[in-house]
Design a protein around this ligand. Sequence first.
Ligand SMILES: Cc1cc2nc3c(=O)[nH]c(=O)nc-3n(C[C@H](O)[C@H](O)[C@H](O)COP(=O)(O)OP(=O)(O)OC[C@H]3O[C@@H](n4cnc5c(N)ncnc54)[C@H](O)[C@@H]3O)c2cc1C
Length: 472
Amino acid sequence: MSVLTGRVLDPTSPGWEGARHNFRAAVDYSRLVPKNVVFCQHKHDVRNAVTWARENGVPLRARSGRHSYEAFSLVQDGVIIDVSEMDEITVDAKAGTARIGAGVFCLDLHEQLYDVGLTIPAASGASVGIAGLTLGGGFGVVSRKYGLACDNVLGVELVDACGELVYANAEQNADLYWACRGGGGGNFGIVTAFDFRVHPVGMVAVCNITWQWSDFIAVADTFQHWAPSAPDDLSTFLRFAVGDAPGAGTITLFGQLTPDSPQELAGFSALLAPMLGAAPPTGISVQMMPYSYAAAMFAGVDPKNPQWMIHPHNDTQYFKSTSAVAYEPFPKAALELLKAQLELAPVQTGWDTNEPSMVQLLAGGGAPGRVPVDGTAVPHRDAVCVVQYDAYWTDPADQPVAEKWIEGVRTSMLPYARNAYVNYVDLQIENYLEAYYVSNLPRLIEVKGRVDPDNVFNFPQSVPTMLPDKPA
Ligand SMILES: Cc1cc2nc3c(=O)[nH]c(=O)nc-3n(C[C@H](O)[C@H](O)[C@H](O)COP(=O)(O)OP(=O)(O)OC[C@H]3O[C@@H](n4cnc5c(N)ncnc54)[C@H](O)[C@@H]3O)c2cc1C
């Protein structure tokens, strides 16, 4: 019989409550009380946990950075196999590769790789885990230049449903390698480490440009025709944040230029010219800084309150986020609809201390757009932009109205932006398998049926071993 090894916690252990909670505060944690949380330090701890769970008929979940929007990395009466202490990074600069432990958090990753002048495309969220991020695709501010996180994976080491350590790359277990690049976290095994291709990085330029709300249509329309075809060095996203009254919202363009040489930084303003001409900006900030400073800035790290550095999961937040993909530019009617929907946002209690609710357009194109739709499991390669819908609140009493509103925004925009990004899991999405995986779904089911026929790695919205029969 197997035993659990590593740092094994149960409800009597000190630190139990902190260990069993995830990032998102708006989750009913009273329905997600595990039997054990195992903080694995070595791959054999992961193997032991999978084998122990199977021998004892206990459900299991993998966990890395705890950012699953629907807390799919937690399970009632099960074992949480947490890899966050497997956070070693080993760089082979000569080969241009790095072995990255499955538990590394993204800001730590940006900072540690930058120390040796390197990077990979990874999330802007500080404590997003590299495993959840990469298994679902993963975009960051250098994605238009270097691709999605998963596009840079050369190989994946994981523990399979039998508790065996396997390696998947283009030569061995090629189908599993394909599925692990966009097929979604938690579906095919528990990743212990990734081998990544790394890229040189140095100084970057970042911008923050604002406009008044009344320029919504002109700014949005210019953005959607400009940003997806901008040079690969430039990644941008446009944020529409609601205000405390209709018409009081703010529009902000965030961007980063990541050039091959510092001499090219001076060209940033010229690249921004179409946006500056869309409507008169109310504020323009363009700064040059080392890449790691920009990563911390995009992660929203407050240098005066770096509490998350002591306990990264203290940065809990009440929010509901969801997504869709726009494959063509929005017609004017769609932009008008989006503006009107944002103006219907519920008034937020204590809104001056909270993040405002918002919709963000994340520019497509660039390197991710050049990967064939079936080249990895990520299907949304031809996106003009990924649309991110975010409702925030502080008073738990505001949750139902905030969630209903943001779901209304998403569904009203479905004629113009459809499907969804699997890293923004959302239990409200009907036909979620088709929405997340589109034409790659049949192959994912086929791989799942082969590598995990007993469906050990299951959770709400997991890839099934076969599709349920549709009613005639
Ligand atoms: C504040 C914030 C910022 C974000 N920023 C970005 C961004 O910039 N770009 C972007 O693309 N996405 C972003 N996301 C979305 C993020 O990519 C997903 O939430 C992702 O699934 C988080 O992974 P995790 O490891 O942190 O979460 P977890 O909750 O630990 O895991 C997420 C899923 O992956 C599975 N999983 C975790 N570890 C493993 C493992 N070792 N092996 C197999 N499966 C595993 C879990 O079981 C779960 O299903 C952000 C999310 C938040 C909340």
